[in-house]
Design a protein around this ligand. Structure first.
Ligand SMILES: *Cc1c(COP(=O)(O)O)cnc(C)c1O
Length: 409
């Protein structure tokens, strides 16, 4: 077995090759499939070897696995492979997307710190930023992510962290990452981007000036609704110096089994995301022409209010579509209940198409005025488009539309 820090990806490999081979470290058995190291601990040949492994600073030649809360070979393969895709110096796997977000923020904030964040956030991210961090003495400021003037004003004073999601969950608002990163730099802030909706295939926040990228690997990286996982990516100095001590000592460590599932997920990520995106565009176009659809929000359609920005910073429209039905909650519930193929679920990023009514599920907790500000109306639906045959999706959506039309009458 190689030393811990040798999980390498040949820099000459192009993206899709790196996703199949990157980070692979074979055991003495030279297996083709990556080995799953289901072990909590590791053993030492001698007491002095153990002593050297715990030394700080540790000598490079003494680097090794000491305990799976700190690191594990299967997890290290996943981290190296995702880092190669993202073009990041380093990656750390976590138990879930939320532990990735929380560790990325909490590891660099303290009493008196200031965080500026876009308002359009995943429900639990919203909770961390607006409830948890202020409880610990962190000043938390929310801005409308699409409005650069608000970012400029909020970042006119010294700030520690900027946090944003683009496209956002559930209404697919975008943030101009390059412009916000420039403002953040002047304010002395590190920019953390939740890149779940774009996936690492369609948007590279680090290349746009962000410092840190976080993922819920539960979503498209797994892609088949099997396991929870997360990841944080950034510079080697920040990951090793700031994030790793936080994770080592608080324990939101990715399990070897989940890392193995996610590692295999990465191999087919480009194929799946392309299929999701192609289906999502077709579905968005279908819904745009349909009644009683009041509006469709899809970054790959010219009707999206930030289409020009989407073209600049995303390679494609992505796997999610949001739309509003005329007729409010009654129409939305009738639509969802009439579906036979598309399943009702607050999860997303599965091969199976999944639909959710954000106002009563993922974003139920938000006060009414905040929902309005985020564009989440009683008629809003979020559709995570799967990789089924689109003709079957259209048939199912037509069932929903007919039921919604009937419910309005
Ligand atoms: C799902 C999701 C998360 C949280 O991920 P978990 O793996 O469920 O903890 C964070 N951000 C966004 C945008 C998500 O969609």
């Amino acid at each position: 077995m190689a030393k811990k820090n040798e999980f390498a990806t040949d820099p000459a490999w192009r993206g899709r090759t790196a996703l199949v081979h990157g980070g692979t470290e074979r055991s003495q058995w030279m297996e083709t499939g990556e080995a799953m190291f289901l072990t909590s601990g590791f053993t030492y040949g001698s007491a002095s070897e153990a002593e050297r492994a715990f030394a700080t600073p540790i000598k490079p030649e003494d680097q090794r696995f000491v305990y799976s809360r700190f690191g594990n070979p299967t997890v290290a393969m996943f981290e190296a492979r995702l880092a190669a895709l993202e073009g990041a110096e380093a990656c750390k796997g976590t138990t879930s997307g939320m532990s990735a977000v929380f560790a990325a923020l909490a590891s660099q904030l303290r009493v008196g710190s200031r965080i500026v964040s876009s308002r359009a956030l995943f429900g639990s991210c919203h909770y961390i930023v607006t409830e948890l961090l202020p409880r610990w003495g962190v000043e938390s400021v929310l801005v409308d992510g699409a409005d650069l003037a608000q970012w400029k004003k909020a970042l006119s004073v010294k700030t520690d962290v900027v946090f944003l999601e683009s496209p956002s969950n559930p209404m697919l608002d975008l943030v101009d990452i390059r412009a916000v990163a420039k403002l953040a730099k002047k304010a002395g802030a590190k920019v953390v981007v939740d890149n779940v909706f774009a996936t690492p295939m369609l948007q590279s926040p680090l290349k746009l000036g962000a410092d840190i990228v976080v993922y819920s690997a539960t979503k498209h990286i797994d892609g088949q609704g099997r396991v929870l996982g997360g990841a944080v990516l950034g510079s080697r100095a920040w990951i090793d110096g700031t994030l790793v001590p936080f994770i080592r000592h608080t324990g939101p460590t990715l399990s070897a089994f989940n890392a193995w599932v996610l590692l295999k997920g990465l191999e087919t990520l480009p194929l799946r995301v392309a299929a999701h995106s192609k289906n999502a565009l077709a579905v968005a176009k279908f819904l745009e022409k349909a009644k009683p659809v009041a509006r469709v929000l899809y970054p790959g359609l010219p009707s999206h209010p930030q289409y020009a920005l989407a073209r600049r910073q995303m390679k494609d429209g992505g796997p999610l579509v949001a739309f509003d039905l005329a007729g409010g909650k009654k129409a939305a519930f009738a639509f969802v209940d009439a579906l036979k193929l598309i399943r009702i679920s607050n999860n997303l990023g599965d091969a199976k198409s999944l639909i959710c009514h954000p106002a009563t599920t993922t974003h139920q907790r938000l006060p009414a005025d905040e929902k309005t500000r985020l564009g989440i109306s009683p008629g809003s639906l979020r559709l995570s488009v799967g990789i089924e045959d689109p003709a079957d999706l259209f048939e199912d959506l037509a069932r929903g539309l007919a039921a919604a039309a009937k419910a309005r009458r």
